[in-house]
Ligand binder design. Sequence first.
Ligand SMILES: CC(C)(COP(=O)(O)OP(=O)(O)OC[C@H]1O[C@@H](n2cnc3c(N)ncnc32)[C@H](O)[C@@H]1OP(=O)(O)O)[C@@H](O)C(=O)NCCC(=O)NCCS
Length: 145
Amino acid sequence: MTPRLIPAAQVHAELLAGMHRICFAKPWDVAAMAALLDCPGTCGLIAAAAEPAGLVLWRQAADEAEILTIAVLPPWRRAGLGGRLLEAAAIAARDGGAERLFLEVAAENAAGLALYLGHGFHGVGRRKAYYDDGGDALVMRRDLG
Ligand SMILES: CC(C)(COP(=O)(O)OP(=O)(O)OC[C@H]1O[C@@H](n2cnc3c(N)ncnc32)[C@H](O)[C@@H]1OP(=O)(O)O)[C@@H](O)C(=O)NCCC(=O)NCCS
C-alpha cells in the first residue's frame, strides 16, 4: 500500500514524536513537537498507510524555507518515500512563495546526504563540531525557482 501524505496538525504531536523517537538518537518529544507546530510558518506532512511511515516538517519565512526534520520509519526505507516527502515539502514551500530551501545534515549521515544530493541540494557551508558528539553539520540549499 502506498502511504498517503497528510498535513500535520497539533493533534499529531504525539504521533510525530513517536516516529522521531524511532528514527533519531536525540529525538524531539511531544512538547517540542507541539511547540514547533505552534510556530508561525511551520508546516508538516505525515506519510501513513495502515500505519505511520514517515514525516517531514519545514518552516517558511518570506522567500526562504528550511527543512526542520525528515524521517522514514525503517520498514519503509529505500522505497522512495523520503524523496516523496522532500519533494512535497519543496512544492508546498515554493507554492507558499519560498525561492530557496535550506537544511542541515550531519556530515556523516550518508543516507541523508545521498537523499539531498539526489534531490537538487548542494552544500553551502559546514558548521564545525555542531552536534553534541562533536560531529560537523553541513548546510545545504536548493533553489526552488
Ligand atoms: C534519510 C531517510 C529519510 C531516507 O528515507 P528513504 O525513504 O529511505 O529515502 P528514499 O527511498 O527516497 O531514498 C532516495 C535516495 O537516497 C539515498 N539513500 C537513502 N537511504 C540511503 C542509505 N541508507 N545509504 C545510502 N544512500 C541512501 C539513495 O540515493 C536513494 O536512492 P536509491 O534508493 O534509488 O538508491 C531515512 O533513511 C531516515 O529516516 N533516516 C533516519 C533519519 C534521518 O537521518 N533523517 C535525515 C536527517 S537530516
